[in-house]
Design a protein around this ligand. Structure first.
Ligand code: ADP
Length: 409
């Protein structure tokens, strides 16, 4: 009986011990599992933190602005590639680094600051440095400085301002003349003088509308990148331009020799833009030549390009002006050019047309000998939009009694 009881007690004891052991085992297994889960969570989140930090850093590395991050004491923690050259610079550019350090220190004290820094170069550059405090929930994390190169935007601003003032000036001159002429005309009793004044009113009105036409043409060409393209034969384009320049050439008894060989002179182009470019070159050649002189236009194929060359034996352009004549409103001799009706937009149109078509315009000129402008365009290989249309060369600019302009093979 006792033995039975003892056996029972032992069995019960063993059961209790077993249960406790099982419980402990479960407990420790749970703790280990929790720890494992915890570690796993940390590992995963640490990975995410590292990943997002890397992403952030790569984004800052790719920024076109310079970025410099400093801690609350002003010590630099990070500098992106755009900002690095300033830290390594010795001469003028070192000034930027000094400004960055100064602004970061101010920003770390809680104040947003900015400053423009001009580097005299060459090349001359204008940088805009701004710094902001990094702060969240009342805690300071330091400051960030941004460096922007604003040279180009300032240049464009200045160009826009110049453009507006030039337009106003160019329009005011004929408008003033018109108003004065109209006033005089109103009080004029002599019909002969009145008729002369009316002619001058007409000349000024034509001049005004010429300026507006050029402005509209330039803005159209600047805003479109030759979207209406088709394959055109350059000989047809030259023919269009020749018929437009005809009256002006005739007035000065200037003959225009056209050399348009029967070759493959196809280009993929906006025909209207191209005709405008060639017309401006021919118009200038006529405008800047003495009466009775000769102008020549020739088209040729060179390598993968079609070239249109317009040459004259006119006044020529001094070397120092040759780079600038393609700028809007630039004229070599303002008072002289004015009397010829120019406002300085023709070559800007030519340059834009060339750029729109992936080509270029070149100039060679000698004062007193003449000028030669060459429009270079990539050749087109597709069939012509209007196959087989032979250019009809107008009898342009020919003094009476001479042979009309013709294509020379
Ligand atoms: P403009 O309306 O004054 O002719 P352009 O833009 O066509 O303006 O030309 C700019 C300047 O370049 C002209 O004012 C003139 O001084 C000079 N120029 C252009 N073409 C010629 C040329 N063929 N011969 C001499 N000077 C030229």
């Amino acid at each position: 009986m006792i033995a039975g009881l003892v056996a029972l007690a032992v069995a019960a004891g063993l059961a209790v011990v077993g249960a406790v052991a099982w419980q402990r085992h479960r407990h420790f297994a749970g703790v280990a599992e929790d720890r494992r889960r915890n570690d796993e969570w940390h590992r995963r989140h640490e990975g995410e933190v590292v990943e997002s930090e890397t992403r952030l850093r790569l984004s800052l590395d790719a920024a076109k602005q310079g970025v410099v991050v400093a801690d609350a004491s002003g010590a630099v923690l990070y500098r992106n590639p755009c900002a690095r050259p300033f830290a390594e610079a010795r001469h003028g550019e070192a000034l930027v680094e000094a400004v960055v350090a100064e602004l970061l220190a101010e920003a770390a004290r809680g104040q947003a600051v900015e400053r423009e820094v001009e580097l005299y170069g060459p090349p001359r550059r204008i940088l805009f440095v701004s710094a902001r405090p990094l702060r969240r929930d009342g805690r300071d994390y330091g400051a960030v400085a941004l460096i922007d190169d604003i040279t180009e935007s300032q240049r464009l601003d200045a160009m826009r301002r110049d453009f507006i003032s030039n337009i106003s000036h160019e329009l005011r001159t004929p408008m003033g003349a018109l108003s004065l002429l109209a006033e005089t005309l109103a009080g004029e009793t002599d019909p002969e003088v009145a008729s002369r004044l009316a002619c001058r009113v007409q000349v000024e009105a034509i001049r005004l509308s010429g300026i507006l036409d050029d402005l509209l043409e330039l803005s159209r060409i600047e805003s479109s990148d030759a979207s209406e393209r088709s394959v055109v034969d350059v000989r047809n384009v030259v023919a269009d331009a020749l018929s437009r320049v005809g009256p002006a050439a005739e007035e000065k008894r200037i003959s225009i020799e056209a050399s348009l060989p029967v070759l493959d002179l196809r280009v993929r182009a906006d025909r209207r833009q191209l005709a405008s470019a060639v017309f401006n070159l021919l118009d200038n050649a006529v405008k800047y030549s003495e009466a009775d002189h000769q102008v020549r236009v020739a088209a040729a194929r060179r390598g993968g390009c079609v070239e249109v060359e317009v040459s004259d034996r006119g006044y020529g352009i001094p070397l120092r002006h040759q780079k600038r004549i393609f700028e809007r409103f630039y004229q070599v001799d303002r008072s002289r050019e004015r009397t010829r009706g120019g406002v300085g937009l023709g070559l800007a149109i030519v340059r834009h047309v060339a750029a729109n078509h992936g080509g270029e315009v070149k100039v060679e000129s000698t004062v007193g000998e003449g000028s030669s402008f060459t429009l270079v365009l990539p050749a087109g290989n597709e069939p012509l939009a209007d196959e087989g249309d032979e250019p009809e060369l107008p009898e342009t600019g020919q003094p009476r009694g001479q042979q009309p302009v013709g294509a020379t093979a």
